[in-house]
Write a protein that binds this ligand. Structure first.
Ligand SMILES: Cc1cc2nc3c(=O)[nH]c(=O)nc-3n(C[C@H](O)[C@H](O)[C@H](O)COP(=O)(O)O)c2cc1C
Length: 211
């Protein structure tokens, strides 16, 4: 288990870990991850977040079937027909898709999921801003503990069925499913577009330079 590298090293190596071992994750670690989540900011500090920790195989099976259907019928064909992610050769992108497909077909095998939800209000861009900081905190915390996780959202394709399986009340919305477990592979650096290509200075299109 890798424990506590520095913060920037954790940030640089928190990538999607989609191939997970089925081995149980101690509840104390899940609590640590959840606590990191609740350290995040939320609008007005209202903390409308609710975190569903799913370990029941029957619930996971039910939800995973809809996730898989969303992947097989909608998401995978779209990605396969489209261009690779920016800066990624086709072969690397195909490997990413293979990993995503593996997860889509094994979601139920991840020993634990955290489903971050918001209670009350409608799902909008601003409401999302009150839950995704918690999600990222939890991904970083999982990584710091040596646990693999992935931010997934494609369950919303069959949202009604998934909500029913999770027992969500009318006024609660799920924003992600984070499958968590001990990773089969090793953590490595994330691959991203260079700063020069995504950062502007003062006005859109102007280069950002040293002052
Ligand atoms: C909003 C959002 C939704 C995502 N949904 C899914 C998903 O449903 N399934 C999945 O396997 N990965 C999902 N991902 C993970 C991304 O594919 C992944 O973060 C991206 O390819 C970069 O790879 P990395 O995390 O390994 O660096 C999602 C990520 C984000 C930010």
């Amino acid at each position: 288990m890798t424990t506590d590298p520095g913060l920037f090293e954790i940030i640089r190596t928190t990538r999607s870990m989609r191939r997970l071992k089925p081995d149980a994750v101690p509840t104390a670690l899940i609590r640590q991850i959840l606590e990191a989540g609740t350290c995040a900011p939320s609008g007005g500090n209202m903390q409308r977040w609710r975190f569903l920790v799913v370990r029941d195989p029957a619930v996971k099976q039910q939800v995973a079937a809809f996730y898989r259907r969303g992947w097989d019928e909608k998401v995978a064909p779209g990605y396969r027909a489209g261009a690779p992610a920016p800066g990624m050769e086709r072969e690397k992108f195909d490997r990413l898709l293979a990993a995503a497909e593996h997860l889509a077909h094994h979601l139920q095998d991840a020993p634990v999921w955290i489903v971050p939800c918001l209670e009350g209000g409608a799902p909008t861009r601003t409401s999302g801003a009150s839950i995704y900081p918690a999600v990222q905190n939890m991904l970083l915390a999982a990584r710091a503990l040596g646990l693999g996780a992935t931010l997934t959202t494609l369950h919303v394709i069959h949202e009604r069925e998934v909500d029913a399986a999770l027992g969500l009340p009318e006024n609660a919305w799920s924003y992600a499913i984070l499958p968590i477990g001990w990773p089969q592979g090793r953590f490595g650096p994330v691959r991203r577009t260079a700063l020069e290509d995504v950062v502007f200075g003062d006005r859109w299109g102007e280069p950002f330079r040293d002052a």
